[in-house]
Design a protein around this ligand. Structure first.
Ligand code: PA5
Length: 334
């Protein structure tokens, strides 16, 4: 698993080398990205990237339910590593019934069959990975599609630069991962809950970190995002019920307000016997910072699993849920 993360630059590079291979034509009003879990997070990343540089609004759907406003003027992109996630399949079927031609991004599965049946644009992902470790393939594939279709959020040269950043930072990142993992591991023996704290606009990265620790290390994690945290969560510390925390603070060092907001949070955490670790994001652009942070958090999740003697790759309870999902949704398993 750790090896799969270390190969992220290679994964990203293979998409960047083929930038421009896929495109859609159409005059769209918005981009809608549908997906769950390790695939759905790609939608969150594209949404935050587009907020600073994109020309269209980006909506993220992590559900079988599509919002009512979605119509043929929506560019809908469904991403599912396996291609078999029921919620994503149902949303795609719903989109097709509304006259849309969703773009499918998967490594195969039922979504690929659906793409073939309905003549949809299909973007293949590399086989043999796990959804969460195929983040670069999914993310860069969609960014490349949007750029080549006239709805650029990230250009090919910015994507190329971000690959160089990953290549450059991977070695020094490993010592950050070691330090962070040690703190979190020690905290588990003291019954500390892990919190990932950050400042806006990095909430998607904090969510990604939470998901990584959930799935790789099999632990519950809370996400705190400033400045919203200052308007609700903070009050919970006024009469705290005895919980102790290990806090991973994700900070963009170039964001002076963000730095001060997280410092404010840090003081509150420390007053309540918390251990904190600040992860400063390397990189120039938001894409580079998101990738750097994702790499560190993914590796830390996998290393924490190794220290706990747990297999990071296996996600038994998701498999169990997926088996029952057809019954829950009242759908016959095809
Ligand atoms: O990371 C994981 O393994 C999960 O969160 C999956 O991504 C999630 O269950 C959805 O599956 P898929 O990505 O194959 O659509």
């Amino acid at each position: 698993m750790i090896d799969m993360y270390l190969k992220w630059p290679l994964q990203a590079r293979s998409v960047v080398e083929n930038w421009g291979k896929y495109r859609v034509s159409g005059d769209f009003n918005e981009v809608v990205i549908v997906g769950m879990g390790g695939s759905g997070i790609v939608g969150d990343y594209i949404q935050v990237l587009s907020a600073s540089t994109g020309s269209l609004p980006v909506y993220v759907v992590k559900s079988h339910l599509l919002p009512g406003f979605i119509d043929e003027k929506s560019l809908l992109i469904a991403v599912s590593y396996s291609g078999n996630t029921l919620e994503t399949l149902l949303a795609v079927e719903n989109a097709i019934s509304r006259g849309l031609k969703p773009v499918i991004v998967s490594s195969g599965g039922l979504l690929r069959s659906k793409a073939e049946k309905h003549g949809l644009l299909y973007i293949p992902l590399p086989q043999g990975l796990l959804p969460r470790v195929s983040l670069p393939s999914m993310l860069y594939s969609i960014l490349a599609l949007l750029d080549s279709s006239g709805y650029s959020i990230v250009t090919s040269s910015e994507a190329r630069d971000s690959v160089v950043l990953m290549e450059r930072e991977i070695n020094s990142g490993l010592s950050v991962v070691d330090e962070l993992t040690k703190l979190l591991y020690r905290g588990l023996f003291e019954n500390r809950l892990i919190i990932i704290a950050t400042h806006t606009p990095l909430e998607a990265l904090a969510l990604r970190g939470k998901n990584e620790f959930n799935e790789n290390s099999k632990i519950i994690v809370k996400v705190d995002v400033a400045p919203e945290w200052m308007h609700n969560d903070i009050v919970g510390y006024e009469a705290l019920v005895s919980l102790k925390y290990s806090v991973v603070e994700i900070v963009d060092p170039g964001d002076t307000v963000g730095v001060k907001l997280v410092k404010f949070m840090d003081e509150v955490y420390r007053q309540h016997d918390s251990e904190t670790y600040t992860l400063y994001l390397n990189g120039e652009t938001l894409l580079e910072k998101l990738l750097y942070g994702s790499l560190i958090l993914g590796l830390a999740g996998a290393k924490l699993a190794a220290l706990r003697g747990i297999d990071p790759a296996e996600t038994r309870s998701i498999v169990q849920y997926k088996k029952q999902a057809y019954t829950i949704f009242g759908i016959e398993n095809k």
